[in-house]
Design a protein around this ligand. Structure first.
Ligand SMILES: [Zn+2]
Length: 136
């Protein structure tokens, strides 16, 4: 049994797989949000999806569904028909990353989405894992 807190912490840290720390290198740009009237504009949707190596249309569709709001993706930005604080939008983007970008096995972001008929597969280029994800 560990004698003290430090020793316990050492043991805990040893048991955490390295991959958990490697994902911290993964940098996602902050959501650039502007609210005008009753609309919220996510100005850098394309920048975010480029960093994630995902199609902007895919994240746009996800956000519209998760926020349960109408909206339109135009070139680089997503216009939402409703008012949303940046925190709310970023929370949804984080969930998107967890679900559609990070490998379920090795926790790395080096993945691709592949569509096989009606199924969407998250394929990891780091460890080769394949996980089916829900369609958006
Ligand atoms: Zn993996």
């Amino acid at each position: 049994m560990p004698e003290n807190y430090e020793e316990l912490l050492d043991i805990v840290l040893e048991q955490v797989p390295k991959a958990v720390f490697e994902t911290s290198r993964f940098q996602v740009p902050e959501a650039d949000i502007s609210v005008a009237g009753n609309q919220t504009v996510l100005k850098n949707l394309r920048v975010i999806t480029t960093a994630l190596n995902r199609e902007p249309e895919h994240l746009a569709k996800y956000l519209l569904r998760e926020l349960a709001v109408a909206g339109v993706f135009k070139e680089t930005q997503l216009v939402l028909q409703g008012k949303f604080p940046r925190g709310t939008v970023e929370e949804k983007i984080k969930r998107y990353i967890d679900e559609f970008v990070i490998c379920k096995e090795c926790k790395k972001p080096d993945t691709k989405l592949e569509r096989l008929e009606k199924t969407t597969i998250l394929r990891c280029e780091a460890c080769g894992a394949k996980t089916s994800v829900r369609s958006v």
